[in-house]
Design a protein around this ligand. Structure first.
Ligand code: SF4
Length: 477
């Protein structure tokens, strides 16, 4: 077994609390048999829980003995883990968790996820890609992925009744979502385009380096025009059409009960606090699903927001089904404070962490849940990262907390775990002690709740009405 910095089925990593095994689940689609096998491993090797990550992978953590080869082979037979181990380290392919069941989508992106996964499996030289080389397909449905931090995002678009992909690339500043290149091409050319972009990237990096240059750095070095030169074969398709749409605020319909595009069927988004699911709950969810329809074997999906969807539930069963989920100690309520809480592993799981991001996030959620004078009647995204690499994707958060060290902080008196605090991308505080966070967050949410124009005004819209100084004033008064 190789031990490298990237956790994977064939590439485990060691954290403070034990070995981490990561299973790459392209598109987050997973069946009952695969889940039950993973639950067995978490029971036998781990601590009887699994984690869904913010790339819709599964992690088995706190493993203290390496998983034996027959068990790994079984996972591979079940389609978990690539048949080409050289590509297993590459970031999971992302798409909407409701692809194929979303009545608003322009195109079902699942076949594209599968196509690209097969392509990298069959082309061994792509095993040299950076582990962080990440591809996302966005079918422009009810759930937007355009702000997710991927190297390349292909967004569906219709022009004159023909469906195209619009190419977004990561370049410029660190930790910014991919930017629109204005390039459109017919969807059937996607493998050719991605193949060329991957090869051009490889031609411009030193593959012998342990830390491979990121795509963003390559484009910043050679220039966008140079990187895109190899796409000239796409002409005469309509290249370089700027988008005039605001794509940022497409709704996030992944929690609670929603109709599918298939008449009579519904999906249910289940909240997993910070992606954690006990194996008894997982087995319970599978049992409930099979009780309602024993033909269902393939109706679970993992989301990049660390939650879980159960699909294909008949409309006349959906309320009962929802109650059964509550009996398993889980909720589907999108307004639950834990439903939009994201945190990285923190010190226990990552050597770069300055804070216990995971523990701090859960403590805050529990504190807010128990505040009697605060009714959380609005979805609010709170993202905790243990360091400035910001794996918890701060660009998406209404409120983002990033663990800092003394050196990173402008205040020199800090000697306890502390966070920088951003509100909708704007830095509000350089350094706040971990112990003051619950009070400050409560104050922030109370101010919003009491001063919003209406129930419909979101936290983001509310904060946009104020400058940073004005927001500061609101919080100290
Ligand atoms: S944000 Fe930092 S501390 Fe958290 S997982 Fe990423 S690298 Fe580790």
């Amino acid at each position: 077994m190789l031990v490298t910095p990237c956790p994977g089925l064939y590439y485990s990593t060691i954290a403070q609390d034990g070995i981490i095994y990561r299973l790459r689940i392209p598109g987050g689609i997973i069946n009952h048999q695969q889940l039950l096998t993973i639950a067995d491993i978490a029971d036998n090797y781990g601590q009887k829980y699994i984690n869904i990550t913010n790339r819709a992978n599964i992690q088995i953590r706190e493993v203290h003995q390496e998983i034996d080869l027959p068990t790994l082979a079984k996972l591979q037979q079940l389609g978990l883990g690539s048949i080409n181990y050289q590509i297993d380290h590459i970031r999971n392919i992302m798409t909407s968790p409701i692809a194929g069941i979303d009545s608003e989508e322009i195109i079902n992106t699942l076949p594209f996820v599968e196509g690209w996964d097969n392509y990298i499996t069959e082309n061994s030289h792509l095993g040299e890609l950076s582990a962080k080389f990440s591809i996302c397909f966005d079918g422009k449905g009810a759930i937007s992925l355009i702000n997710q931090l991927n190297d390349i995002t292909l967004l569906a678009e219709i022009i004159n009744d023909q469906i195209y992909f619009r190419l977004y690339l990561s370049y410029g500043e660190k930790r910014q979502p991919p930017q629109d290149t204005g390039i459109l091409f017919p969807v059937e050319k996607y493998l050719q385009v991605l193949g060329v972009l991957a090869n051009t990237y490889l031609e411009n990096i030193d593959i012998t380096q342990q830390r491979k240059t990121r795509l963003r750095e390559v484009i910043n070095n050679i220039g966008l025009g140079e990187y895109l030169k190899s796409l000239n074969f796409l002409q005469p398709y309509p290249l370089q059409i700027a988008s005039s749409e605001n794509l940022t605020f497409r709704q996030q319909k992944h929690l609670g009960i929603h109709p599918q595009k298939q008449p009579g069927l519904y999906y249910l988004g289940v909240v997993l606090p910070l992606g954690k699911l006990e194996t008894w709950q997982l087995r319970g969810l599978i049992n409930v699903s099979q009780e309602y329809d024993h033909h269902l074997t393939n109706n679970f999906r993992l989301t990049p927001w660390q939650n879980l969807l159960i699909t294909d539930i008949p409309g006349d069963k959906i309320r009962e089904f929802n109650t059964e989920i509550t009996n398993l100690g889980l909720t589907t309520n999108p307004k639950n404070i834990k439903s939009h809480l994201v945190a990285c592993a923190g010190r226990k799981g990552c050597n770069s962490a300055h804070t216990e991001a995971n523990i701090d996030a859960l403590m805050l959620a529990e504190y807010l849940e128990n505040k009697t004078n605060l009714t959380i009647d609005f979805p609010i995204n709170i993202h905790f990262s243990g360091c400035s690499k910001s794996c918890a994707q701060h660009t998406e958060g209404d409120i983002t907390l990033i663990g800092v060290t003394l050196a990173e902080s402008e205040e020199t008196t800090v000697n306890e775990p502390s966070y920088q605090i951003y509100i909708c991308g704007r830095l509000l505080y350089e350094c706040v002690s971990c112990y003051k966070i619950p009070y400050l967050m409560t104050k922030m949410l109370e101010v919003y709740q009491n001063q919003r124009f209406s129930y419909d005004e979101s936290f983001r819209e509310f904060t946009l009405r104020y400058t940073t100084d004005q927001l500061n004033q609101l919080l100290v008064n």
